[in-house]
Unconditional design. Structure first.
Length: 487
């Protein structure tokens, strides 16, 4: 049976109140949490060192506890314990920046502070500026989603005609000045839109960080070959921004706010607005918030890009050190430890003694050399004997040896002043027509002086086992004796 409308609405509401942002605003100590977080974390100070945050929150606690107030609800415990609880429920995010551990507000905490700020001091009213923003957004959506080119052209013509009419009124000095009340409404609308930006940027950064944790967890469970893992996860590390819906939306916005000229133009316009006469109607907080919109945009972009860079570095480092065998061994070891602990808790008594492991077992490597002997030989080796003195016990081993240089040199001396290498090799004795003898003959020709031609020569060599090989090379003409060197 499907739930009734009331039951469905209640389930949606209960799920919404489980959100950390509404949980912060709904809690018993919500005024204290909002007050402390808004004092410690400011737009110009988005990250606070852990030690500094504990000290400042501790001072705020002591100050509030020293004054008696019947309606004041303050948490118990130290500042460190309170911050740990805030981290656990998702209001603070610890990070390492350089060598310092810092706290940052999560997107849930930023959104809660914005809601509390608007409810406490801002005016939410239906104004001409807010309605015009809505209408312009709807017009832009209708124009961009239109598939009929003629319809889009007609909408653009209407927009251009309206701009031409406004220009004509200004040129004819017929435009009426805008009233200060209307300008104030537009400024409040800008402030309303600007207050939502920090939480949006924080949500993008947190979605990238959450994706990074999911990728690392998947990588540790991945048992595929290392090569496949490297290719896939390094690709995900390079395209980390496209891995989340928030990241893809931010990339579209970055085309507008990532341009330095656009940021400079935004800051210039805000400064110009603050110098106009109507700005006197803004209170000090509104003027400060309006002036800080440009800085909030820059800080938000930097925060997202830092999260993207950190996620890419973490994923890349995890992939490069990924070892499925080692990870499985560690998992098995941890599971065995947990299983042993469960067995001990079930069967062991409260006073049972467990001997701790003070040191790990050491592998027995035997005796290692402690000093190095002189690596130089005790005596020089005996000189090599001459080739003529070598006695071969097996003619077959000599036949498979290197070139027969003495026989080849005697044969070359009978070939006249110059000879063709291929023809000379073909006329040599059967014992000196092996493939290695062809190389030896080429070496002798190179030593005495040779020249290469454009034609191709082919020589057929025969191995000692009777098989033959054919070699093709550029025609070589060589001298029988070494050419004398010039003085």
């Amino acid at each position: 049976m499907p739930p009734t409308r009331a039951e469905a609405a209640y389930q949606r509401s209960a799920a919404a109140f489980r959100n950390p942002m509404l949980d912060l605003l709904h809690g018993r100590y919500a005024p204290f949490v909002v007050a402390v977080l808004s004092v410690v974390f400011t737009p110009d100070r988005p990250a606070v060192a852990v030690a500094d945050a504990h000290a400042e929150i501790g001072e705020a606690l002591e100050e509030l506890r020293s004054t008696d107030a019947a309606d004041r609800h303050l948490p118990s415990g130290t500042a460190r314990e309170i911050c740990r609880y805030w981290v656990r429920v998702g209001w603070l995010a610890p990070q390492i920046e350089g060598d310092v551990e810092t706290y940052r507000l999560t997107a849930h905490a930023v959104g809660a502070l914005e809601i509390a700020g608007r409810a406490g001091g801002g005016r939410a009213r239906v104004s001409r500026s807010r309605v015009r923003t809505l209408l312009e957004a709807v017009d832009r959506l209708a124009r961009d989603s239109a598939t009929d080119p003629e319809h889009r052209i007609a909408l653009l013509h209407e927009e251009r005609d309206a701009l031409d009419a406004e220009i004509a009124r200004l040129e004819a000095d017929e435009a009426e000045p805008v009233e200060d009340e209307q300008l104030l409404e537009e400024a409040e609308n800008v402030l309303h839109l600007g207050r939502e930006l920090p939480a949006d940027f924080a949500r993008v950064a947190e979605s990238i960080t959450a994706m990074q944790r999911d990728v690392v967890a998947e990588l540790r469970r991945d048992v595929r070959p290392t090569g496949d893992v490297l290719r896939e996860y390094l690709e995900r590390g390079r395209h980390v921004m496209q891995s989340t819906p928030e990241g893809r939306a931010f990339q579209g916005a970055l085309r507008l706010i990532g341009d330095p000229d656009q940021i400079e133009r935004l800051a210039t316009h805000l400064q110009s607005v603050l110098t106009q006469p109507f700005s006197r109607l803004l209170d000090t907080a509104q003027r400060s918030d309006l002036d800080a919109i440009g800085r909030h945009v820059e800080q938000g972009v930097q925060k997202v890009l830092t999260a993207q860079r950190r996620a890419s570095q973490v994923i890349t480092a995890q992939v490069r050190t990924h070892d499925p065998v080692r990870d499985r061994q560690i998992d098995d070891l941890l599971r065995s430890v947990m299983s042993g602990m469960q067995t001990l808790m079930q069967h062991g008594g409260a006073t049972e003694r467990v001997d701790p492991v003070h040191t790990f077992a050491v592998a027995d490597t035997g005796h290692l050399r402690q000093t190095l002997h002189d690596l130089r030989p005790v005596a020089e080796p005996a000189p090599l004997t001459e080739a003529d003195e070598v006695e071969f016990t097996d003619d077959d081993s000599r036949a498979w040896g290197g070139p027969h240089y003495p026989e080849l040199e005697r044969y070359v001396a009978t070939l006249g002043d110059r000879f063709d290498l291929a023809a000379a090799f073909a006329g040599a004795d059967e014992d000196t027509r092996r493939p290695v003898d062809l190389l030896g003959l080429l070496e002798i020709a190179h030593r005495n002086g040779m020249s290469e031609g454009a034609e191709v020569s082919i020589a057929e060599a025969r191995r000692p086992d009777g098989t033959s090989r054919r070699f093709a090379f550029g025609a070589v003409t060589a001298r029988t004796t070494k050419e004398p060197e010039d003085d």
